[in-house]
Design a protein around this ligand. Structure first.
Ligand code: C2E
Ligand code: CA
Ligand code: CA
Length: 634
């Protein structure tokens, strides 16, 4: 094509010259003869005509060549510009460039190409062996076959491979190449060219992603995905054998995060991972499967208890973070393959259940999985979820049981609020069936707030409508009282409902008083200072120390129903009830008898100066509307 164009341009110049010369030869003499008649004159003018011809044709040639040269010059300039542009692009994209004359094996590269490998010009010989010898052994065949294919079908290639840097490390290269000159007739490549790009950073990121997909970034331990892979491998190997699945969970780790913050929490997790890791053999697999949860797979089933002991003792030493000294326990659950399951999920779940059992039986210990644990757990989780749903759907309401002034008026002087749960699936549920669980899972805290709010709204509405102005007794669980902000919470509700504190009686149990007497005493004092009345519920069952009772800011003792039940026949109960009434008088406290069902019981209590009573004899707990009509009737 290029050659053809060259011939055409040359022919055009010669052609123009040829036509002009031909016309001159054919017509110049005739034109001259027409103008000059004299022969002598004509001879002289002939000489001038020749000179004129040379001058004219020289001028013509000059312009033709000049026009053509200008064109060539412009083209060259353009080529140069394009070359420069290409160079800029190559530089800007940080591409290494190579060009390989396939005939002579002459191979040239640009500076960027060299820089990827830390080479300088004098390090290479411009021979194809310059780079083929630097390719990683494992990648060589791939590179060679990609080039061979391109030489064969003239299709460009792109591949990734490693080349050795001058300092010895491996550099990941993305190489592309194409045939840029070929002999079509012979179907032979004459020249190849292509680029190199350093993709080491991208490869590193990819490797990191693969690592993160299998490892936990904080502890660098394998994660659950990897554990599952190891498990599958172990399963194949252990078809006949056994192995153990340990689920480990730090005790009360949430407190560490809350107290010291997550950064310190993370450091401790790393330390714990390290300590546990040191107890393992090289065949054991450890993985972090959650915040403070780890799983260990071990084939040493006979030694699994020994391993648990070692883990417990490695945790005994305190953790030091800055000036903080932190003690941490760990609870472990063990499930065994194949006895406790033969899939990863099953063994995982059962080890987790066993770990919970370890926590429930006192923490910082290990427990082997047993079938009954699953039943227990599923019952409690169903209950937990039902309570949560009940709270969300406002399924809890209050019934009220009147408290009667026995000695003076026989009137209703107060009510006790008793929670009731109406579940659309089960119907009415009584407190003994859910309060103990709500205390265990601490849902009693939100539930207690609901109860407190409802009771206060009710008493406010009765007061406002002039229906009732006695006290409202509300049962408060020890869990609620143990909450640091309990007082702030109930005060906020009280102020919101605009109820006077002296209208409210908080029923607390003896067990709360005895567990941490100093704390209990301080809490009660604060409540009393605000004006709340405090009564001791189920009195007589909790072995309160009498000396201690004297120091507490109490208002009332409620004699437990068990002592009332067999009155007035049971001699012991009679003696106990008399003693409690006497004690209350001595301490200047009011006294109330619970569970009064018969006239005989009531008569005995009146005889012994018991101030007030509560029980089916007077009224059962009832809804607010029923209580209103009860008041109207009495
Ligand atoms: P408690 O505080 O001792 O409440 C008295 C319980 O005795 C109530 O049972 C009441 O219905 C029942 N009762 C009243 N009079 C008689 C009677 O003459 N004979 C008999 N056999 N029983 C009588 P309930 O409502 O099932 O409550 C059971 C327990 O559940 C309560 O015992 C209390 O410990 C707890 N509870 C009830 N409501 C709440 C609450 O709102 N918050 C908290 N934390 N606990 C509550
Ligand atoms: Ca009570
Ligand atoms: Ca009671």
């Amino acid at each position: 094509m290029q050659k053809l164009k060259l011939n055409f341009v040359s022919l055009r110049i010669v052609g123009i010259y040829f036509i002009f010369a031909l016309l001159w030869i054919l017509f110049s003499d005739a034109i001259l003869a027409y103008f000059v008649v004299d022969i002598e004159m004509l001879n002289a003018v002939q000489t001038y005509k020749g000179t004129f011809f040379i001058a004219i044709t020289s001028t013509l040639l000059y312009f033709l060549i000049k026009a053509h040269m200008t064109m060539i010059f412009h083209m060259e300039q353009k080529v140069e510009e394009n070359e420069q542009r290409l160079e800029y692009v190559i530089q800007a994209t940080n591409l290494g460039y190579w060009d390989w004359d396939y005939q002579s094996n002459y191979h040239i590269v640009n500076d960027t190409w060299l820089s990827f490998l830390g080479l300088s010009r004098k390090d290479i010989k411009n021979d194809i062996t310059d780079w083929s010898s630097l390719i990683h052994h494992d990648d060589k065949v791939r590179v060679q076959s990609a080039i061979a294919k391109t030489l064969q079908d003239f299709e460009p290639y792109v591949i990734e491979f490693r080349m050795q840097h001058k300092d010895g490390h491996w550099v990941w290269i993305e190489g592309s190449g194409a045939v840029v000159e070929k002999d079509v007739k012979e179907h032979k490549a004459l020249r190849l060219a292509g680029t190199h790009r350093d993709i080491s950073d991208r490869k590193k990121a990819e490797e990191e992603i693969v690592f993160l997909a299998h490892n936990d970034s904080l502890t660098k331990l394998p994660n659950r995905t990897f554990l599952k892979q190891k498990f599958d491998a172990l399963l194949e190997k252990a078809i006949k054998g056994k192995f153990a699945f340990l689920f480990l969970d730090l005790d009360a780790f949430k407190n560490i995060n809350d107290l010291y913050g997550h950064t310190i929490g993370d450091t401790i997790i790393q330390d714990v991972a390290q300590r546990i890791f040191q107890q393992l053999t090289s065949d054991d697999v450890i993985s972090r499967v959650g915040g403070d949860e780890f799983v260990v797979l071990t084939q040493e089933v006979v030694l699994v208890e020994h391993l648990c002991q070692k883990i417990l003792s490695c945790m005994e030493k305190p953790f030091y973070v800055g000036e903080h000294r932190i003690n941490l326990g760990i609870s472990m659950g063990i499930s065994l393959y194949p006895d406790d399951g033969d899939t990863f999920e099953e063994l995982f779940k059962n080890a987790d259940i066993a770990m919970y059992a370890a926590k429930n039986s006192g923490k910082n210990r290990y427990t082997f999985y047993q079938n009954f644990m699953t039943e227990e757990l599923s019952a409690t989780t169903t209950m937990d979820n039902a309570i949560k749903r009940g709270l969300d759907n406002d399924e809890f309401c209050l019934h009220y049981q009147p408290q009667i002034d026995l000695l003076n008026t026989g009137h209703v002087i107060g009510v006790e609020a008793l929670v009731r749960w109406y579940s659309p699936h089960v119907g009415w549920i009584f407190p003994n069936d859910f309060i103990p669980r709500a205390e265990e899972n601490r849902l009693i805290i939100p539930l207690g707030e609901v109860i407190f709010t409802k009771a206060l709204k009710q008493i406010k509405s009765w007061e406002k409508d002039g229906i009732f102005n006695g006290t409202m007794a509300i049962n408060i669980s020890a869990i609620q009282l143990g909450e640091e902000n309990f007082l702030d919470k109930i005060e906020a509700i009280r102020q919101d409902c605009d109820v006077c504190a002296s209208t409210i009686e908080l029923e607390i149990t003896e067990s709360f008083l005895m567990k941490d007497p100093t704390f209990a005493s301080a809490t009660l004092q604060k409540l009393k200072n605000i004006g709340y009345k405090i009564s001791i519920d189920d009195f007589g069952t909790g072995y309160s120390s009498l000396a201690y009772l004297k120091q507490l800011p109490l208002h009332k003792l409620k004699i437990d129903r068990t002592f009332i039940k067999d009155l007035p026949t049971d001699k012991d109960d009679k003696a106990i009830v008399r003693a409690i009434i006497a004690l209350a008088r001595a301490l200047e406290l009011e006294v109330l008898a619970e569970g009064v069902e018969t006239e005989e019981q009531s008569a005995f209590l009146i005889e012994n100066w018991c101030d007030t009573a509560q029980g089916y004899l007077f009224a059962k707990p009832m809804s607010a509307e029923d209580f209103e009509s009860f008041l109207r009737q009495n």
